[in-house]
Ligand binder design. Sequence first.
Ligand SMILES: Nc1ncnc2c1ncn2[C@@H]1O[C@H](COP(=O)(O)OP(=O)(O)O)[C@@H](O)[C@H]1O
Ligand code: SF4
Ligand SMILES: [Mg+2]
Length: 334
Amino acid sequence: MNLLDVRNLTIELPTHDQQIIAVDRVSMTIREGEILGLVGESGSGKSLIAKAIVGVLNNRWKVTADRMQWMGEDLLRLPVEERREIIGRDISIIYQEPSRCLDPTAKVGEQLKESIPNSILKANFWQRRKARQEKAEGLLHKVGIKNHKRVMNAYPHELSEGVCQKVMIAMAIAKCPKLIIADEPTASLEATTRAQIFRVLKSLNQLKNTSILLITHDFEIISHWTDHTNVLYCGQLVESGKTSDIITKPFHPYTDALITSVPDFKEATAHKQKLVTLPGTIPSLEHLPIGCRLGPRCPNAKRECVIAPKMTKRQSHSVACHFPLNLTKKETIT
Ligand SMILES: Nc1ncnc2c1ncn2[C@@H]1O[C@H](COP(=O)(O)OP(=O)(O)O)[C@@H](O)[C@H]1O
Ligand code: SF4
Ligand SMILES: [Mg+2]
């Protein structure tokens, strides 16, 4: 069953002299129990998409879509209150910087307890206080925090980024959401904590069938933790399909470059060998190239690429490129 079905999501920023299109007709579907990856370089529009889904972009942004259906209901066409209620109940978001999202003036335990809805406490109202305390402690254990007393009594600044991130995850899972949007949830953490956090997310996915939209710039994370992947470049989707298909046979030159930049995906690299990546950087939204947005950086670009390529499909694997890679002679893209 589809939980979230987004068609042609466009996010624009009107300025005094031009309309900046930061996200351009992006479509994606998240099924129940699926871990979907959204990968792309910094500045490609990943966080804007996450924020548009949960409706927290400020009014300067214009968000439009043919549809943004949550379990059959179009979020963009619902009254604001109703939309907030659905998102508050069913969707949690984990941001990149936990210390910014936690309230610096309140103890962590109080913040965590507040995030537990009454509806999931199996207790009468006079027993709720105790039940809430126990639930909060249980949530901390679940995310790998053993010394719950110290953490509950601390203010965010007294804890490391890793512990704060675990607390954010505990808050995100407190309401048993149907979908967790994890926006670079481990970007500033060291490797052991990072692995722990992904294991928590994966076990929720397996035990509670929670769907996860995992946002990252790192293909290694995508390869380990996701079922399907969407590749975003400069606000547009360029490739989409099963993660295993994309890793073994990427169609788009950009995806290929992202995969090749992970050292152990291809043959062993020689000592101090330069990583193969694309030249240049992602263009600014004010100065986008004509036609394919990857054109100026693409090693395969040809004259035809001045016309923007459309998303085309081969079985369940889609790509937006005039000259896809890894096709055998017999294979065609339709
Ligand atoms: N508040 C803002 N004002 C102007 N431009 C913004 C703002 N937030 C993001 N952008 C621009 O929108 C694009 C996408 O940003 P973002 O979604 O944060 O990228 P990502 O999460 O992929 O790194 C970037 O080019 C960024 O510069
Ligand atoms: S359409 Fe052309 S420029 Fe764009 S990715 Fe494909 S080959 Fe490269
Ligand atoms: Mg981001």
